[in-house]
Design a binder for this molecule. Structure first.
Ligand SMILES: *Cc1c(COP(=O)(O)O)cnc(C)c1O
Length: 407
């Protein structure tokens, strides 16, 4: 079946040019249909979609179980607001807490919103720590190269000039320390510090993982000094690394977790898990979201968890991801002038180019592989969690051809 678009590619491009805000550098293709790991453009060309819509489409495109769940829920009840209860939100909270530990969930609609909730938690905690006085304990230490979304709190927590430029003054209270350097974090910790906020594996800046020793040491430091450890798992969580949350590999548990991207499998939903003993800092009226955790969004989230569990995807991502990483690493030896490093875990992989990576993103697309650019000449390859050995092998083949053909 080829796609039957209503309007031509040129017309779509013209509509974007005339009417859509120019805040993205979009690739010049128009996608019209998807199934599993494949997406089709308006000319009927198929792509192996290892962008997953930036780590979002965890079940690939239009997984039958996910589609059925959304269809069923859409015909039953879509939105109620948080003035009332709905079984789906309670059930999704129960299942997410099953992975995170004793604690409570708050639902929102995006990663940025989840990060804002973490930052608001740090403020409430700081006030409690300062005996009820505001404005004394609100410093949040973040990691250089981190990314916490585009909202004011998260943007202020994102120590990257390209993200913050033009939007100052920022929200005060954020300090920056060096990733994987415990001394650097310890040096920033004082009486005014309420929390540490960081990604377990930095995504946007180029797949830079926290080492397990660093996370264990940070957990200890935070415990000793009464500082919250807040982990942004918006990109690396929800099974992408082969454990449900990426921090599980270090054997630690944070005090709160931000999630979004893969959680809804393409339907917008974000969530925050807060450990039981800090969850009561949010009392009625202190935070909210009109759309957060609708019956429909939670149905999508439940469908994602169903498939991850029923199809044993975590184990598959661990095993197949390790084999795939080994094959990708062989490309570094084959093309040392072009490819400097391959790193990551599970289906969260970064290819560090020794040269400008932008032509490779385009070259891969022309050869049928969709990937995601990241900072520092890194290309992110983010297969859906359902990707098979054959599909992973196909990506290696396209990468090899592209590395051979370009520059
Ligand atoms: C994508 C991302 C965000 C922002 O999520 P949005 O849904 O775009 O608001 C925040 N933190 C991390 C780690 C991300 O990767």
């Amino acid at each position: 079946m080829t796609a039957q678009p209503d309007i031509s590619r040129a017309d779509t491009a013209a509509l974007y040019d005339a009417h859509v805000l120019k805040n993205y550098a979009r690739a010049a293709i128009t996608l019209v249909r998807g199934s599993g790991c494949r997406a089709w453009d308006d000319e009927g060309r198929s792509y192996l979609d290892f962008s997953s819509g930036v780590a979002v489409s965890s079940l690939g495109h239009c997984h039958p179980h996910w589609v059925a769940a959304i269809r069923r829920q859409a015909g039953e009840l879509v939105h109620t607001s948080n003035l009332y209860r709905h079984p789906n939100q309670g059930e999704l909270a129960r299942r997410l807490a099953g992975y995170a530990g004793p604690g409570r969930l708050f639902f929102c609609n995006s990663g940025g919103e989840a990060d804002e909730a973490l930052i608001k938690l740090s403020r409430l905690y700081g006030v409690a720590k300062a005996g009820g006085t505001e404005g004394q304990c609100f410093k949040v230490i973040t990691a250089r190269g981190g990314f916490h979304g585009r909202m004011f709190g998260g943007m202020s927590a994102t120590a990257q000039e390209k993200i913050q430029k033009g939007f100052r003054p920022l929200v005060p209270g954020f300090a920056v320390a060096e990733l994987n350097d415990l001394d650097s974090f310890a040096a920033q910790m004082d009486e005014s510090t309420s929390a540490v906020l960081l990604e377990t594996i930095q995504g946007e800046s180029g797949i830079n993982p926290c080492t397990p020793q660093f996370l264990v040491g940070l957990r200890k430091l935070c415990d000793e000094r009464g500082i919250l450890l807040l982990l942004d798992e918006v990109q690396c969580g929800l099974g992408r690394t082969g454990t449900f949350y990426a921090f599980e590999a270090a054997g630690i548990r944070p005090d709160a977790i931000a999630m979004a991207k893969g959680l809804g499998g393409g339907f917008p939903i974000g969530a925050v898990w807060i450990a039981e003993r800090f969850s009561e800092l949010f009392t009625p009226g202190t935070h909210g979201s009109t759309f957060g955790g609708t019956p429909l969004a939670c149905a999508a989230g439940l469908a994602v968890l169903d498939v991850i569990e029923r199809e044993g995807l975590l184990a598959k991502v661990r095993e197949q991801g390790a084999e795939w990483l080994a094959e990708l690493s062989a490309l570094v030896a084959e093309f040392p002038q072009k490819l400097a490093d391959v790193r990551g875990r599970g289906y969260l992989v970064g290819l560090q180019f020794a040269v400008d990576s932008a032509p490779y993103v385009a070259g891969l697309r022309e050869r049928g592989l969709l990937v995601v650019p990241a900072g520092g000449n890194v290309i992110r390859v983010l297969p859906p969690l359902i990707a098979t050995r054959a599909e992973l092998a196909e990506s290696v083949q396209i990468l090899r051809e592209t590395l051979r053909a370009l520059g």
